[in-house]
Write a protein that binds this ligand. Structure first.
Ligand SMILES: [Cu+2]
Length: 165
């Protein structure tokens, strides 16, 4: 947000990892001369922070401990996986039910496990994954990885890190 009269930046607005539109509105009356304090505009998908690991951006929608589970619902949306990081036991097998509410075609790929599956708009797919013996294994949407639609399987106490995929 820029104060033209004073030529100063008065606020910055978080827009998520992939802003697609800008709306410009004229203001009139009091609002034109005394701008209200700027609230952070909500990113379309709520509060997501991006982190970068090994040159790959992750739209971070949290970490889930799945060590006691055999099955997990994973949400795929524009443009993230939620949860983003799954913590499992080394070698653990897990069935992921990947569900999309989006009207965009998404995908889940995990090359090391031979997984490359499209998720149709408003559809779901099921994939079986195996956690690595140690470290992390990355998965991604092959269409939107560059927009942050990536995630990782974390074995044991491994922290998210620059990953093999
Ligand atoms: Cu996608």
């Amino acid at each position: 947000m820029v104060d033209l009269a004073n030529r100063a930046v008065t606020a910055t607005i978080a827009v998520g990892s992939a802003p697609r539109k800008i709306a410009v509105q004229p203001v009139s009356g009091a609002a034109a001369t005394t701008p209200a304090p700027m609230r952070a505009a909500g990113a379309p998908s709520g509060t997501s922070k991006s982190i970068t690991l090994g040159g790959v951006t992750y739209a971070d929608h949290g970490t889930k401990d799945v060590r006691t589970r055999a099955r997990l619902e994973l949400e795929a949306d524009d443009y993230y996986f939620s949860p983003t990081f799954l913590r499992g036991k080394p070698g653990q097998k897990l069935t992921l039910v990947v569900e999309s509410e989006a009207s965009t075609l998404h995908n889940i790929s995990l090359p090391a496990l031979g997984i490359d599956k499209d998720i149709p708009p408003k559809g779901k797919v099921q994939v079986d994954v195996t956690f690595p013996a140690s470290g992390v294994l990355a998965f991604s949407c092959k269409f939107h990885g560059p927009l942050g639609m990536n995630g990782q399987l974390l074995a044991g106490d491994a922290a998210p890190s620059g990953a093999r995929s």
